[in-house]
Design a protein around this ligand. Sequence first.
Ligand SMILES: Nc1ncnc2c1ncn2[C@@H]1O[C@H](COP(=O)(O)OP(=O)(O)O)[C@@H](O)[C@H]1O
Ligand SMILES: [Mg+2]
Length: 232
Amino acid sequence: MSLIKTESLNKIFTRGDEEIRAIRDLSLVIEPGEFVSITGASGSGKSTLLYILGLLDKPSSGRYYLQGNPVEHLSDAERAQLRNKFMGFVFQSFHLLPRATALRNVMMPLVYAHTTSAPLSEVEQRERALGALAKVGLSDRVNHRPNELSGGQRQRVAIARAIVNNPKLIFADEPTGNLDSKSGRDILSLFENLHAQGVTVLMVTHDPSIAERAHRRLVLKDGGLLEDIRGT
Ligand SMILES: Nc1ncnc2c1ncn2[C@@H]1O[C@H](COP(=O)(O)OP(=O)(O)O)[C@@H](O)[C@H]1O
Ligand SMILES: [Mg+2]
């Protein structure tokens, strides 16, 4: 069964009496275990598509099936639950809590996971978060706050937070966009490791050298799919 399937997705934003078609008639299938990059000019709809697929936003029309199930009838709580259990998100600007340590930031999704299963004890939450921080090579920075970390380290905290619930699907929106090229390559290899472990990765990027590391490249233009290149 396909992990993601969309049929003629459209997203229209209205600003005053102006209508912006951010996504146009976009049909797409993504199988479990794929590593997909999404490129395209600024304003081509990359973030909008990622947010719709990540259940952070809703299309104006069209269908979206996640693991074969249509998502349009899900309540906000069900969408939040799916995101928390099943998906991880990484953003260009990290989106960390500034006053919280790396450890606390990574524990956050576990704190909010209560609705789905028995709550983890604080000790278990710490253990899980420490494990995720170890996977991104930050065991020696768990008590640092974001402003005491480099950009690359902040992004690694964000990745640890994204994987702490063992998601099947990771969405990353320009994850290397604020990083120097060395840190960017380190972050990319973390995504490659996750992919090698079976996680499906969808990554928006501006950087062609990063895009071509993905196994499938989607190119968006004016909200539509311009190219879908496999087997690179
Ligand atoms: N919340 C919004 N309200 C109005 N227009 C938006 C909104 N979000 C995005 N857009 C518009 O939709 C188009 C696609 O935006 P976006 O998906 O952010 O592009 P990209 O990520 O490829 O740069 C752009 O024209 C943008 O201005
Ligand atoms: Mg964007």
